[in-house]
Design a protein around this ligand. Structure first.
Ligand SMILES: [Zn+2]
Length: 294
């Protein structure tokens, strides 16, 4: 807890007993989402539950132009309007959860490329953070599976360490299903003292409605797609299960949050995204080939 403010220390000490997000996340909340939908997938339940809607801000870092992305890059056409459509989708989703339009900040940085633009990202984030002065900043989990998610975690922790801004950092989980791990869920390997979970049963329907606003992700947006980015079973699961958060503690950075040796976690973190992408593209290409043959 060294170097933290009293307020932040209280957060870390008391989070175990907390069952309602209102008791913990008071004041101004900032959620930094790499892509439009991450904020609802990971935090939609607590956004719905928190009463201070006027004090909830969302920053969307990327332009949303790469999801869905072509299976055959030269053959599959993509829409130049996808990014703006996703902006509209996120506005609709946040309206359903009660967050005002003026609290949504769109940085429109190139999707899947922000790790190459970390200096610019830190500048843009610092400006907004110092403007709204949040008490809590929500960022993707430090061992998340997408490069944009990891870039945001890295940049925000750097900004905090360099004292460019001050807030209690909270990490949220989007890619927590790790199929190559024996327990298949990365959250099960984290020391329980850092994790907090909130049941979202009472707002599950509201979260599902908000997720359904992301039609570009939940349906076949392009005719060449063989599956939706987010399928119905996954959306149901995201609305039925509790939401988990990791309370960031500076003295437990990196792998120090895990219960045991993390060699296998590091290996899986590296190889599983490649295998999943390979599986997805192979299946999609096979389906397309069979469709053309038939
Ligand atoms: Zn994302």
């Amino acid at each position: 807890m060294t170097g933290q403010t009293d307020a932040n220390s209280r957060v870390v000490e008391t989070h175990f007993k907390v069952t309602n997000p209102n008791e913990l996340f008071r004041g101004t909340i900032l959620i930094i989402a790499p892509h439009m939908d991450d904020e609802t997938l990971a935090c939609g339940g607590i956004i719905a539950k928190l009463p201070q809607k006027e004090q909830i801000h969302i920053i969307y870092a990327t332009d949303g132009m790469k999801s869905p992305s072509p299976i055959f890059p030269r053959r599959d056409t993509i829409s130049p309007d996808l990014g703006e459509l996703r902006v509209k989708e996120s506005k609709s989703a946040m309206r359903l959860l009660g967050v005002p339009d003026e609290n949504l900040h769109f940085l429109r940085m190139p999707e899947a490329k922000i790790r190459e633009k970390k200096i610019a990202l830190l500048e843009k984030l610092s400006k907004i953070i110092n403007d709204i002065k949040p008490d809590f900043i929500f960022i993707p989990f430090r061992y998340d599976r997408h490069q944009d998610h990891l870039a945001i975690n890295d940049v925000v922790i750097k900004g905090l360490t360099q004292r460019l801004f001050k807030a209690q950092i909270v990490e949220y989980f989007v890619y927590y299903r790790w199929k190559l791990l024996p327990l298949q869920d990365i959250r099960k390997y984290i020391k329980t003292q850092f994790l907090i979970k909130f049941s979202i049963d009472d707002v599950a329907a509201q979260k599902r409605k908000a997720l359904d606003c992301y039609k570009s992700q939940t349906t076949l947006f392009y005719p060449w797609q063989t599956r939706a980015i987010l399928n119905s079973a996954l959306l149901d699961e995201e609305c039925q299960n509790p939401e988990y958060f990791l309370i960031y503690e500076p003295s437990y950075s990196g792998a120090a949050i895990f219960k045991h040796s993390i060699i296998w976690i590091k290996i899986v973190h590296y190889i599983e995204p490649f295998l999943q992408r390979w599986k997805y593209f192979t299946q999609a290409r096979l389906k397309r080939a069979l469709k053309n043959y038939a």
